[in-house]
Design a protein around this ligand. Structure first.
Ligand SMILES: [Zn+2]
Length: 219
């Protein structure tokens, strides 16, 4: 797909002021030490889900496009997912913040129907302990070991939601000595408090994440 065609197709996606002022222009060229991390694109986080992120499904075509290019270069693609027991501590009835969501094996925990993962996608389940919250794909998983074992130096990150699981996954990637590119058109925020998403992006950038509009082109 040509960059201008992709841009045309994405004209409906509105960028917040912080994105338009900081997002890098130009092509992001994928290299052999890159991997893609797709965060929690699960039914419960999409419109109609129990913890729906507004406009959350808008990330899917951008991520699908990035995955095609990553797969063409045979780069690893990791897909994280919330995979909670029914009595998880993050649920309101157990003293947490959120309505019940992404209960393991339930329809709400399934990945979006129209996200097209390659056959060799590596699924990383998190939040499976009743008494531990896990916003980050690195928390309580072997994601760091897997990534370092493959010699990956940079991760390209998109998914849901900007102000929770994307934020904490990016923090942990940086803490694990990885370079991070955040795909700004491939993320959406919960915005429990207005502006949370923009603040999250700013915070990730302050810690060293690079931002890109997500319109990656093959070189
Ligand atoms: Zn959760």
């Amino acid at each position: 797909m040509k960059r201008r065609d992709l841009l045309k197709g994405m004209a409906a996606i509105s960028a917040s002021p912080i994105l338009t002022s900081y997002a890098l222009e130009g092509n992001l060229v994928l290299g052999k030490h890159d991997a893609l991390i797709v965060v929690d694109v699960q039914n419960d986080f999409l419109p109609g889900g129990s913890l729906a992120v507004s406009d959350g499904d808008a990330v899917i075509p951008v991520i699908n496009h990035c995955m095609q290019l990553s797969a063409a270069k045979r780069l690893p693609i990791y897909a994280t997912r919330d995979w909670h027991p029914a009595d998880h501590c993050s649920f309101v009835e157990n003293g947490g913040t959120w309505p019940k969501h992404c209960i393991a094996d339930s329809p709400g925990a399934q990945f979006a129907e129209n996200i097209t993962f390659p056959d060799d996608v590596i699924i990383v389940s998190k939040g499976a302990d009743s008494d531990k919250e896990a916003y980050s794909g690195f928390q309580g998983t072997d994601l760091s070991d897997q990534i370092h074992a493959k010699g990956i130096r940079r991760v390209i990150v998109g998914g849901l939601a900007t102000d929770y699981c994307v934020l904490n996954t990016v923090y942990d990637a940086l803490a694990n000595d990885l370079d991070v590119v955040l795909l700004t058109h491939a993320i959406r925020a919960v915005d429990l408090h207005p502006g949370d998403g923009d603040r999250a992006i700013k915070s990730m950038m302050e810690r060293g994440a690079e931002v890109h509009d997500g319109l990656i082109l093959a070189d």
